[in-house]
Design a binder for this molecule. Structure first.
Ligand code: NAD
Length: 264
């Protein structure tokens, strides 16, 4: 442990289980001396998150469904009472109806379009606004995005449009909050088999494709993304804001199938 996060406290939103990207980040922050608060979405996930919180000595900041503003307020009121001040925020939350993560993007319904944007995009701005008030000594905010924002990926559909908007919000938030020494960045993670990813059509094929074609010839783990999170949330990245940083074994630079990639 480096002590890189010693004296820093913050909230990590989006742990569903021990395969969540948010959990990979939480572990890295804890290993390097940071103090963590976790939220959970509903009672079913509370049962999974409680033992994980105990493992890291994390504070359970309460139930948070970002589509219910009062639950978001309650969490930040808890945090204010518990700590008063925070140094970092991780937003690892996304949602779209599984039925629309397959087939053609053009068939997206207005209801699911709005819901996907609210939960996967607006929620970052919504929690950033509340976190700003507690980041009285500056801070670092981080969200999770995916390459489907930049290039068309099969079945990612409306989620790709949402991630493009999320990446744009990172830039606008960075400008709003920069004068307060609050940095705002995103990690664009390569595909990882999580609960959320299991909703995406043909996800196994996407994983294999990345493994065979990424420059490093492997997919990424939540621990690897966690270490990039550590960089983003610690003072190592103190000159970095408004950035979308890829943690994807280099996949985003590739223009064509690798010459040695097997057929799948
Ligand atoms: P996950 O299922 O472990 O986490 C998704 C989280 O979103 C869950 O904790 C869930 O409770 C939360 N969530 C969904 N709707 C919510 C709501 N209304 N209110 C509060 N929380 C809500 O999956 P993950 O893959 O770790 O996802 C975390 C983030 O990483 C997402 O933004 C996802 O799009 C992004 N991401 C994932 C991958 C991948 O391949 N797994 C790649 C790049 C980016």
């Amino acid at each position: 442990a480096s002590g890189l996060m010693a004296g820093k406290r913050g909230i990590i939103m989006g742990v569903a289980n021990n395969r969540s990207i948010a959990w990979g980040i939480a572990k890295a922050i804890h290993q390097h001396g940071g103090e963590i608060a976790l939220t959970y979405q509903g009672d079913a996930l509370k049962k999974r998150v409680e033992p994980l919180a105990a493992e890291l000595g994390a504070y359970m900041a309460g139930h948070c469904d970002v589509s219910d503003e009062s639950s978001v307020d309650a969490v930040f009121e808890n945090l204010e009472k518990h700590w008063g001040k925070i140094d970092f925020l991780v937003h690892a939350i996304g949602f779209s109806d599984k039925d629309e993560l397959t087939g053609r993007y053009i068939d997206t319904s207005p209801e699911n379009f709005a819901k996907t944007m609210q939960i996967s995009v607006y929620s970052f701005t919504s929690v950033a606004r509340r976190a700003e008030k507690l980041m009285t000594g500056g801070g670092s905010m981080l969200t999770l995005t995916y390459y489907g924002a930049e290039k068309v990926m099969p079945n990612y559909n409306v989620m790709g449009i949402a991630k493009a908007a999320l990446e744009a919000s990172v830039k606008y938030l960075a400008v709003d909050l920069g004068p307060k020494n609050i940095r705002v960045n995103a990690i664009s993670a390569g595909p990882i088999k999580t609960l959320a990813a299991s909703g995406i059509g043909d996800f196994r094929y996407i994983l294999k494709w990345n493994e065979y074609n990424a420059p490093l010839r492997r997919t990424v783990t939540i621990e690897e993304v966690g270490d990039v999170g550590l960089y983003m949330l610690s003072d190592l990245s103190r000159s970095v804001t408004g950035e979308t940083h890829h943690a994807d074994s280099g996949y985003h630079v590739v223009g064509m199938k690798a010459v040695d990639a097997p057929d799948i």
